[in-house]
Every structure is written in C-alpha cells, then in structure tokens.
Design a protein around this ligand. Structure first.
Ligand code: SF4
Length: 86
C-alpha cells in the first residue's frame, strides 16, 4: 500500500468533534486535546489512537469493501472539506 498522502495540515485534529468516533479526543472546542497548535503536530503521533491511522482503519474495517486507493481518495476528500472549514 502506498502511504496515505497526509500533508500534516492538522485539519482533522482541529475538528475531532465532528465525528462520533473521534469526539472522545475533544478538549471542549473541537480541537484534539493531544494536538499542539503551536507546532501543528500531534504530540503523541507514534502512539496516536487507531482512529487517527488511515491505514489501520482500512485494514481493520474497510478492506473488504473497497480498494486502498478508493479509501485513500475518500479520506483525501474529507481532508479538503475539513481544510475549507478550518
Ligand atoms: S490523537 Fe493526534 S493524530 Fe489523532 S486527532 Fe489528536 S492530534 Fe490528531
């Protein structure tokens, strides 16, 4: 599998309140409590939750439903939407 083309924009980390699956990370204003706004990085990146790992989500939940390319493209589209509301 080619790696997911994450640009590290942080848009997903600043809107964890928008998904039931990431809401547990919300510090209260939609931003992930593990996200560092100064560096725009995840402070626990190596140990981030499975829901934050596109490849893990694909392997564990979606690989029987679509190709990695399709799943990756869907996630990239979600990135664009999140970037537009950031
Ligand atoms: S745990 Fe890390 S990768 Fe996941 S939303 Fe929070 S800051 Fe982003």
């Amino acid at each position: 599998m080619t790696p997911f083309p994450c640009t590290a924009c942080g848009a997903c980390c600043r809107h964890v309140d928008l998904s039931e699956q990431t809401r547990f990370l919300d510090r209260g204003d939609g931003v992930c409590r593990i996200y560092d706004e100064a560096t725009r990085r995840c402070t626990e990146y190596a140990h981030r939750p499975a829901i934050c790992r596109v490849d893990v989500q694909y392997q564990t939940r979606y690989r029987d439903q679509m190709s990695w390319g399709e799943f990756s493209a869907l996630n990239s589209q979600a990135c664009i939407v999140l970037q537009q509301i950031s």
